[in-house]
Design a protein around this ligand. Structure first.
Ligand code: PRP
Ligand code: MN
Ligand code: MG
Length: 182
Protein backbone atom coordinates (compact mmCIF):
# COMPACT_ATOMS: atom_id res chain seq x y z
CA UNK A 1 0.00 0.00 0.00
CA UNK A 2 1.24 3.53 -0.85
CA UNK A 3 4.35 1.97 -2.38
CA UNK A 4 7.45 4.07 -1.73
CA UNK A 5 5.56 7.04 -0.25
CA UNK A 6 6.53 6.30 3.34
CA UNK A 7 10.17 7.15 4.10
CA UNK A 8 10.26 5.50 7.52
CA UNK A 9 8.03 4.09 10.22
CA UNK A 10 8.17 6.46 13.17
CA UNK A 11 5.75 4.67 15.53
CA UNK A 12 4.68 1.07 14.96
CA UNK A 13 1.18 -0.35 15.33
CA UNK A 14 2.30 -2.15 18.51
CA UNK A 15 3.85 1.01 20.00
CA UNK A 16 0.61 2.91 19.31
CA UNK A 17 -1.43 0.16 20.91
CA UNK A 18 0.77 0.08 24.05
CA UNK A 19 0.59 3.87 24.35
CA UNK A 20 -3.20 3.91 23.97
CA UNK A 21 -3.46 1.40 26.84
CA UNK A 22 -1.16 3.57 28.99
CA UNK A 23 -3.05 6.81 28.21
CA UNK A 24 -6.40 5.11 28.87
CA UNK A 25 -5.16 4.08 32.30
CA UNK A 26 -4.08 7.64 33.11
CA UNK A 27 -7.39 9.11 31.96
CA UNK A 28 -9.41 6.49 33.85
CA UNK A 29 -7.41 7.04 37.06
CA UNK A 30 -8.29 10.75 36.91
CA UNK A 31 -11.92 10.13 35.87
CA UNK A 32 -13.39 7.22 37.83
CA UNK A 33 -16.91 6.12 36.98
CA UNK A 34 -19.17 8.77 38.49
CA UNK A 35 -22.61 10.30 38.43
CA UNK A 36 -22.29 11.10 34.74
CA UNK A 37 -20.23 9.55 31.93
CA UNK A 38 -16.99 11.06 30.72
CA UNK A 39 -17.39 12.87 27.37
CA UNK A 40 -14.71 12.44 24.71
CA UNK A 41 -14.70 15.22 22.13
CA UNK A 42 -12.91 14.74 18.84
CA UNK A 43 -12.35 17.24 16.07
CA UNK A 44 -12.76 15.51 12.70
CA UNK A 45 -11.03 13.87 11.05
CA UNK A 46 -7.48 13.21 12.20
CA UNK A 47 -8.25 11.88 15.65
CA UNK A 48 -10.96 9.36 14.77
CA UNK A 49 -8.68 6.30 14.88
CA UNK A 50 -7.17 7.39 18.19
CA UNK A 51 -10.58 8.16 19.67
CA UNK A 52 -11.98 4.79 18.59
CA UNK A 53 -9.08 2.91 20.17
CA UNK A 54 -8.91 5.08 23.30
CA UNK A 55 -12.66 4.74 23.95
CA UNK A 56 -12.39 0.94 23.80
CA UNK A 57 -9.29 0.87 26.00
CA UNK A 58 -10.90 3.00 28.72
CA UNK A 59 -12.31 0.92 31.56
CA UNK A 60 -14.93 3.59 32.32
CA UNK A 61 -18.06 4.47 30.31
CA UNK A 62 -17.58 7.28 27.81
CA UNK A 63 -19.81 9.20 25.45
CA UNK A 64 -18.53 10.30 22.04
CA UNK A 65 -18.97 13.75 20.55
CA UNK A 66 -17.62 15.12 17.28
CA UNK A 67 -16.94 18.59 15.96
CA UNK A 68 -15.96 19.71 12.51
CA UNK A 69 -14.11 22.98 12.12
CA UNK A 70 -12.46 24.90 9.35
CA UNK A 71 -9.63 27.40 9.66
CA UNK A 72 -10.20 30.79 8.07
CA UNK A 73 -7.67 32.06 5.56
CA UNK A 74 -5.81 30.41 2.73
CA UNK A 75 -2.47 29.73 4.41
CA UNK A 76 -1.49 26.09 4.83
CA UNK A 77 -0.55 26.55 8.46
CA UNK A 78 -3.50 27.15 10.73
CA UNK A 79 -4.29 30.76 11.61
CA UNK A 80 -6.05 29.94 14.85
CA UNK A 81 -9.24 31.57 13.60
CA UNK A 82 -11.78 28.82 13.35
CA UNK A 83 -15.31 28.40 12.01
CA UNK A 84 -17.54 25.62 13.36
CA UNK A 85 -18.95 23.44 10.57
CA UNK A 86 -20.50 20.87 12.90
CA UNK A 87 -21.04 21.54 16.59
CA UNK A 88 -21.51 19.14 19.50
CA UNK A 89 -24.86 17.33 19.63
CA UNK A 90 -25.12 17.71 23.42
CA UNK A 91 -24.59 20.32 26.10
CA UNK A 92 -21.38 19.77 28.09
CA UNK A 93 -22.30 22.02 31.03
CA UNK A 94 -21.20 20.35 34.29
CA UNK A 95 -19.81 17.36 32.38
CA UNK A 96 -16.29 15.93 32.65
CA UNK A 97 -14.74 16.37 29.20
CA UNK A 98 -11.57 15.16 27.50
CA UNK A 99 -10.63 16.54 24.09
CA UNK A 100 -8.99 13.82 22.00
CA UNK A 101 -6.49 15.01 19.38
CA UNK A 102 -4.18 13.11 17.06
CA UNK A 103 -1.49 15.79 16.92
CA UNK A 104 -0.73 19.22 18.31
CA UNK A 105 1.44 21.09 15.85
CA UNK A 106 1.26 24.88 16.30
CA UNK A 107 -1.38 24.42 19.02
CA UNK A 108 -3.58 27.09 17.44
CA UNK A 109 -6.57 24.83 16.73
CA UNK A 110 -6.52 23.54 20.26
CA UNK A 111 -6.10 26.87 21.97
CA UNK A 112 -9.19 28.15 20.12
CA UNK A 113 -11.12 24.98 20.97
CA UNK A 114 -10.23 25.13 24.66
CA UNK A 115 -11.57 28.69 24.92
CA UNK A 116 -14.71 27.76 23.02
CA UNK A 117 -15.48 24.67 25.11
CA UNK A 118 -14.52 26.31 28.42
CA UNK A 119 -17.20 28.95 27.80
CA UNK A 120 -19.79 26.14 27.91
CA UNK A 121 -18.91 25.55 31.57
CA UNK A 122 -17.87 21.88 31.72
CA UNK A 123 -17.08 20.53 35.19
CA UNK A 124 -13.58 19.68 33.93
CA UNK A 125 -11.80 19.99 30.59
CA UNK A 126 -8.57 18.17 29.73
CA UNK A 127 -6.67 17.41 26.54
CA UNK A 128 -5.35 14.01 25.46
CA UNK A 129 -3.15 14.00 22.37
CA UNK A 130 -1.34 11.09 20.81
CA UNK A 131 1.39 13.24 19.25
CA UNK A 132 2.92 16.61 20.02
CA UNK A 133 5.45 18.58 17.99
CA UNK A 134 8.08 20.90 19.49
CA UNK A 135 6.38 24.06 18.17
CA UNK A 136 3.35 23.26 20.32
CA UNK A 137 5.21 24.23 23.47
CA UNK A 138 5.50 27.79 22.16
CA UNK A 139 1.75 28.32 22.48
CA UNK A 140 0.33 28.12 25.97
CA UNK A 141 -1.91 25.03 25.68
CA UNK A 142 -2.33 22.99 28.84
CA UNK A 143 -2.18 19.35 27.76
CA UNK A 144 -2.55 16.75 30.47
CA UNK A 145 -2.06 13.56 28.47
CA UNK A 146 0.62 13.26 25.75
CA UNK A 147 1.48 10.04 23.94
CA UNK A 148 4.67 10.91 22.07
CA UNK A 149 6.71 14.06 21.55
CA UNK A 150 7.92 13.82 17.98
CA UNK A 151 10.42 15.74 15.83
CA UNK A 152 9.30 18.43 13.42
CA UNK A 153 8.75 16.13 10.44
CA UNK A 154 5.67 15.62 8.32
CA UNK A 155 3.98 12.48 9.61
CA UNK A 156 1.02 10.49 8.28
CA UNK A 157 -1.00 7.43 9.20
CA UNK A 158 -3.32 6.34 12.02
CA UNK A 159 -5.69 9.17 11.11
CA UNK A 160 -3.12 11.73 10.01
CA UNK A 161 -3.32 12.74 6.36
CA UNK A 162 -1.51 14.43 3.56
CA UNK A 163 -4.13 15.79 1.11
CA UNK A 164 -6.66 13.37 2.70
CA UNK A 165 -4.51 10.30 1.97
CA UNK A 166 -2.69 7.87 4.31
CA UNK A 167 -5.20 8.14 7.20
CA UNK A 168 -5.85 4.41 6.87
CA UNK A 169 -2.26 3.29 7.58
CA UNK A 170 -2.15 1.38 10.90
CA UNK A 171 1.20 2.95 11.90
CA UNK A 172 2.67 6.48 11.89
CA UNK A 173 5.37 7.18 9.36
CA UNK A 174 7.27 10.03 7.77
CA UNK A 175 6.31 10.96 4.24
CA UNK A 176 8.92 10.83 1.52
CA UNK A 177 9.52 14.46 0.44
CA UNK A 178 9.01 13.42 -3.18
CA UNK A 179 5.29 13.07 -2.40
CA UNK A 180 4.74 16.72 -1.57
CA UNK A 181 7.37 18.20 -3.86
CA UNK A 182 5.91 16.65 -7.01
C1 PRP B 1 -4.55 18.62 11.94
C2 PRP B 1 -4.46 17.72 13.15
C3 PRP B 1 -4.84 18.63 14.30
C4 PRP B 1 -4.35 20.00 13.83
C5 PRP B 1 -3.07 20.36 14.53
O1 PRP B 1 -5.90 18.69 11.53
O2 PRP B 1 -5.37 16.64 13.05
O3 PRP B 1 -6.22 18.66 14.49
O4 PRP B 1 -4.11 19.89 12.41
O5 PRP B 1 -2.54 21.57 14.01
P1 PRP B 1 -2.27 22.87 14.92
O6 PRP B 1 -1.77 22.44 16.26
O7 PRP B 1 -1.21 23.59 14.13
O8 PRP B 1 -3.54 23.66 15.00
P2 PRP B 1 -6.30 19.24 10.10
O9 PRP B 1 -6.66 20.69 10.20
O10 PRP B 1 -5.25 18.86 9.10
O11 PRP B 1 -7.65 18.46 9.77
P3 PRP B 1 -7.86 16.87 9.78
O12 PRP B 1 -7.88 16.45 11.20
O13 PRP B 1 -9.17 16.66 9.12
O14 PRP B 1 -6.70 16.27 9.03
MN1 MN C 1 -7.30 17.43 12.98
MG1 MG D 1 -5.02 17.15 8.14
Amino acid sequence: MYDGDIASVLITEQEISDKVTELAKQVADDHPEGDSDLVLITVLKGAVMFMADLARALPVPVQLEFMAVSSYGSSTSSSGVVRILKDLDRDIADRRVVIVEDIIDSGLTLSWLLKNLQSRRPRSLEVCTLLRKPDAVKVEVPVKYVGFDIPNEFVVGYGLDYAERYRDLPYIGTLDPKVYSS
